[in-house]
Design a protein around this ligand. Structure first.
Ligand SMILES: Nc1ncnc2c1ncn2[C@@H]1O[C@H](COP(=O)(O)OP(=O)(O)O)[C@@H](O)[C@H]1O
Ligand SMILES: [Mg+2]
Length: 391
């Protein structure tokens, strides 16, 4: 869950290293900090298990507290709804005695994609593509059950160390995910004074209206992350620029092929198609992107590719929304009504009724004129005859 907020916060003493949380977790250290809270490494006292605990700390009892808590609950539900090995595992969710909600996750060792990209990047083709395939495996499951992440970016992708030195990619932070009612979702949940998600990584349609996004917004992010992994820069200029949102909406991405002429042109084309401004011009599903990336993967990318292939397509809020037409064109929903027999019949009846009305009015006018002529009466607005004068 990420947001641009004004002030930073100071965590309460109960969350510092050494303190006991919920009577069973010993806090070891802080491992992450975002717009709404902190992530701690802790140890379960009875099980001896190391866990990561995310605690909502910011804005406590402020005007937005209730909706922040609700969004936190939604993040937990979205994460729990997913079984993919590429989504961080949720172990527990509860509320501390002082009212702060927290969630307990499996503790991951490794580094985020952000750290990998900027500390040791640019990444080589097969490594970046294998990572993308694992992200797509997580997304294909999320989309198939009607969940859109909406905040995919390198700090929310964790490259965890798995057995035999391999990398197991885990997607974190479903805090601003868009979920359907079946996952306890509330499509209208927004926050005043805060922008949910991070501008620099948002698809153009999400910048315009966060509620009008579908699976294709996440595919934009996949292309964005690959672009960054290969260039150590973002496609629309520095992410801290105040003009970043305008650049995303209006500018073409800096050509990847020019920045990295050594990359296979077909791979560049896959990434640039993710970054098309109109969702209709992008790939439509995680499956399509995975198939397009497959030729550039190493054999280690194979299991993720197979997982994506097995997933069904996007459903619910993840399913592709109809294209929105500019005002004045087509129907308000952006979709023209299909021409059906019943519509043709209705239209014919309306036309016949209008014709009858016009004929009736004309006939009435002709008859009235004929009567007036017959009685020799002057029309009401006719001038008086010259030889008459009023008495
Ligand atoms: N399960 C975890 N294991 C290890 N580190 C984690 C875990 N979850 C989060 N982190 C670290 O904390 C950071 C913030 O976590 P995230 O869930 O993205 O929270 P936020 O809502 O604050 O962005 C991550 O970028 C990562 O470095
Ligand atoms: Mg985050």
């Amino acid at each position: 869950m990420t947001a641009f907020r004004g002030a930073s916060f100071v965590e309460p003493a109960s969350l510092r290293a050494g303190s006991l949380l919920a009577e069973k977790y010993r806090v070891e250290k802080e491992i992450g900090r975002g717009g709404f809270g902190i992530v701690l490494r802790a140890r379960h006292l009875k099980l001896g298990q190391t866990v990561a605990i995310k605690v909502l700390t910011e804005g406590m009892w402020g005007p937005e507290w209730a909706s922040d808590v609700e969004r936190f609950r939604r993040e937990a539900q979205a994460t729990a709804a997913l079984r993919s090995e590429h989504v961080v595992k949720l172990l527990d969710v509860d509320v501390l005695p002082d009212g702060r909600p927290y969630m307990v996750m499996e503790y991951l060792e490794g580094e985020t994609l952000h750290v990998a990209t900027y500390r040791r990047g640019p990444l080589v083709v097969a490594e970046a593509v294998d990572i993308a395939l694992q992200i797509l495996a997580a997304l294909s499951e999320a989309h198939s059950v009607g969940i859109v992440h909406r905040d995919l970016k390198p700090p929310n992708v964790f490259l965890s160390r798995a057995a035999a030195g391999s990398t197991l990619v885990k997607v974190l932070d479903f805090g601003v995910s868009k979920v359907g009612a079946e996952h306890g979702g509330d499509r209208s949940l927004t926050r005043t004074g805060a922008v949910l998600g991070t501008f620099a990584y948002m698809a153009p349609e999400q910048l315009k209206d966060a509620k009008r996004v579908d699976a294709r917004a996440d595919l934009w992010s996949v292309g964005h992350m690959l672009y960054e992994a290969f260039t150590k820069q973002t496609p629309f200029g520095p992410i801290t620029s105040p003009l970043i949102a305008t650049a995303i909406l209006q500018n073409a991405p800096l050509p990847l092929g020019q920045l990295r002429p050594d990359l296979p042109p077909a791979l560049v084309a896959v990434i640039m198609r993710c970054l098309e401004k109109e969702p209709e011009h992008r790939w439509e599903t995680a499956q399509e992107v995975a198939e397009a990336l497959a030729p550039f993967a190493s054999p280690r990318g194979r299991p993720a590719l197979e997982t994506v292939r097995r997933a069904s397509g996007p459903t619910g809020v993840a399913a592709a929304l109809p294209r929105q037409r500019p005002r004045g064109q087509g129907q308000p929903g952006g979709q023209a009504k299909p021409v059906t027999l019943s519509r043709i019949l209705v239209d014919m009846r309306v036309l016949a009724g209008a014709t009858l009305l016009v004929v009736g009015v004309l006939l009435g006018a002709v008859l009235a004129r004929a009567c007036l002529h017959k009685e020799g009466a002057a029309p009401p607005d006719a001038p008086l005859p010259a030889n008459t004068s009023p008495r």
